[in-house]
Design a protein around this ligand. Structure first.
Ligand code: MN
Length: 235
């Protein structure tokens, strides 16, 4: 087989460390669930009626991935840079039109993530019916900790929390997800052929807020692990 040659060196494959393994997990796509905790939906001014609505999604580029522990520059064109603490599901097997009762078969493991958001740009787009990309899919906006292998495990509960400079900001439980892990896998797989290395950010609880240069964000999900981020100066 002839090896492809490129005009310049291709970007490195986005990847994450895996607990207990030297091999890294190659990241394929990054899906994010919107408004998946009632109290957060309310604080965004958009309460969810599960009986009448379906989940919705946005995506981030895999190139937006940044490892836990990093210092990131305060991003451009925002005055309202927000944290969102999330449980991240890591897909390990392909699946399409997966039944909820079979959803566990796709699960490789979990990680703790931060869906960093330019809230002012997201809300301006939302309120004009425009795409959310500028608010959500920007450089270094998908923070993710190490992947914890938990093949076939469906997380149904566990504390999820985030602090800024040691001060608690978000405190909830994964059992408050509006659409749970099985339901998310089943629904998202109606729209996409899920693939190994796809990440699903499952949504954030209430208490989201702004950070400024110098702030240190720390978060954890019980039974999974931790994530951290330091906000640096704009550049
Ligand atoms: Mn989010």
């Amino acid at each position: 087989m002839t090896q492809a040659t490129y005009l310049w060196t291709p970007p490195a494959t986005p990847s994450l460390p895996v607990r207990g393994q030297s091999a890294r997990l190659p990241v394929n796509r990054i899906f994010c669930v919107g408004r998946n905790y009632h109290a957060h939906a309310v604080e965004m001014g958009k309460p969810v009626d599960k009986s009448a609505e379906r989940p919705f999604y946005f995506t981030k580029s895999a190139q937006a991935l940044v490892p836990s522990g990093a210092t990131v520059a305060y991003p451009p064109q925002t005055k309202n840079y927000h944290f969102e603490m999330e449980l991240v599901l890591v897909v390990g097997k392909p699946g399409f039109e997966v039944k909820a009762e079979d959803a566990h078969e796709l699960i490789y493991g979990y990680a703790c993530g931060l869906d960093m958001t330019r809230r002012d740009l997201q809300l301006a787009a939302r309120d004009k019916g425009r795409p959310w990309d500028l608010g959500k899919d920007f450089e270094q906006s998908a923070v993710c900790g190490e992947v914890v292998p938990m093949p076939g495990v469906v997380i149904e509960q566990g504390a999820i929390a985030l602090a800024v400079n040691g001060q608690a900001k978000q405190q909830s439980d994964v059992n408050k997800l509006i659409w749970n892990i099985r339901e998310i896998v089943a629904d998202l797989s109606l729209f996409y052929h899920l693939q190994p290395g796809d990440l699903i950010y499952t949504g954030t609880p209430e208490g989201v807020g702004a950070v400024v240069p110098g702030d240190r964000i720390t978060g954890h999900v019980e039974g999974v692990g931790e994530v951290a981020l330091t906000v640096g100066s704009a550049r």
